[in-house]
Design a protein around this ligand. Structure first.
Ligand code: SF4
Length: 357
């Protein structure tokens, strides 16, 4: 079986779900590294990795979605809710820039009282303050869906309104595991998978940039993980065929269980790395596969040997920190981990919204 899969990879053919399941169950780490590195080499020099410094600003923890794996949110009316003012957000951005950050992602809860104009006003104000110093991932697709619903507009209208106000990116965050069975178990109030892709298609069709993400290590089954990859690859195929914007990168990180209703443990680094390799081999229509320093610290750099080519050096993210993530600003030490593994770590500019076209 391995020889047949290996031949597919050599010939630039796709592996299917059964192949991926076989690799997951039977392939040694060394063989997974080898296959993933061969796919990586189609896109990137083998000994080169890229990175940037980025911070995640969590502008509100008010949320009505009640995902059981989330340690961050507070239901409306709880005593420790917050909503940052533009001034407070600007202070956080200035801090991120001070640490060398060139990208700021925004990630907040599903705040029931905010409408689309509250967001466009905030981001227009921030862009005016900081010019082109930073690239903004202004919200996740999950937040975008909620904002459109609360405002009473379609995803297409919402994407156009954001674009016309100056928005350039809506990231693919909030995806976790894109399988409806998973969503029903853990986050029934957030969205349905088909709806997520409809919203993301609207974002890309409007000319905005977006990304793909995945989180593993809850109680998801292998089938649910593979469904995530299969639908995602199909979605990207459709984007390529459309000739319009496609997803610029794929990032996988791991569930942090502390202070969550779901609880449980954390998966091992070994399991994370093996899954990264499966993702790299399967997602043959993605140029960039990113490994997560935010949730795996220096161990994430081992992912460069399992098919990843890119990573962030994070400065802050309350969502994962509340659930147990630890963030270090000793960036040179982290970069040394990549160098010791034999990679040249190259600082890169944020991707263009048309990346991959
Ligand atoms: S993961 Fe996001 S949507 Fe779910 S409860 Fe937390 S903040 Fe809300």
């Amino acid at each position: 079986m391995f020889d047949a899969i290996s031949a597919k990879v050599d010939q630039g053919r796709r592996i299917d779900r059964a192949d991926a399941a076989w690799l997951w169950a039977h392939a040694t780490d060394a063989r997974l590294q080898d296959l993933a590195s061969r796919v990586r080499a189609r896109f990137h020099p083998p000994d080169r990795a890229t990175y940037l410094v980025m911070g995640i600003v969590n502008y509100t923890n008010v949320c009505v979605a009640r995902c059981d794996y989330c340690a961050f949110y507070r239901f409306p009316g709880a005593p420790d809710t917050y909503l940052l003012s533009e001034e407070q957000v600007a202070e956080r951005i200035a801090g991120i820039i001070g640490l060398g950050g060139t990208m700021v992602s925004f990630n907040g809860g599903f705040h029931p009282h905010l409408r689309i104009e509250d967001y466009t006003r905030l981001f227009q104000g921030l862009r005016a303050r900081f010019d082109d110093t930073v690239t903004y991932y202004e919200m996740t697709v999950a937040e975008f869906m909620f904002i459109c619903k609360r405002t009473g507009i379609s995803y297409a209208d919402g994407a156009r309104r954001f674009r016309d106000s100056g928005t350039r990116w809506i990231s693919g965050g909030g995806a976790e595991v894109l399988a409806d069975s998973f969503r029903l178990r853990h986050s029934p109030g957030k969205y349905k998978v088909e709806d997520f892709y409809a919203a993301q298609a609207a974002v890309l069709d409007a000319g905005l940039g977006s990304t793909a993400t995945m989180v593993i290590g809850f109680d998801e089954t292998l089938d649910e993980r593979l469904e995530h990859l299969d639908r995602l690859r199909h979605f990207q195929d459709e984007r390529v065929a459309s000739g319009g914007n496609r997803l610029a990168s794929f990032l996988c990180w791991t569930y942090k269980p502390w202070n969550t209703e779901l609880g449980g443990g954390e998966i091992s680094t070994g399991e994370y790395l093996r899954w990264l390799a499966i993702c790299r081999i399967f997602l043959d229509n993605f140029t960039h596969l990113r490994t997560s320093v935010l949730t795996r610290n220096e161990d994430a750099l081992l992912g460069l040997r399992y098919g990843a080519d890119d990573f962030d050096l994070p400065t802050e993210d309350e969502v994962t920190q509340k659930a147990g993530a630890t963030i270090s600003h000793e960036f040179e030490r982290i970069l040394d981990s990549a160098r010791k593994l034999g990679f040249t770590a190259v600082h890169r500019a944020p991707l263009a919204v048309t990346a991959g076209r």
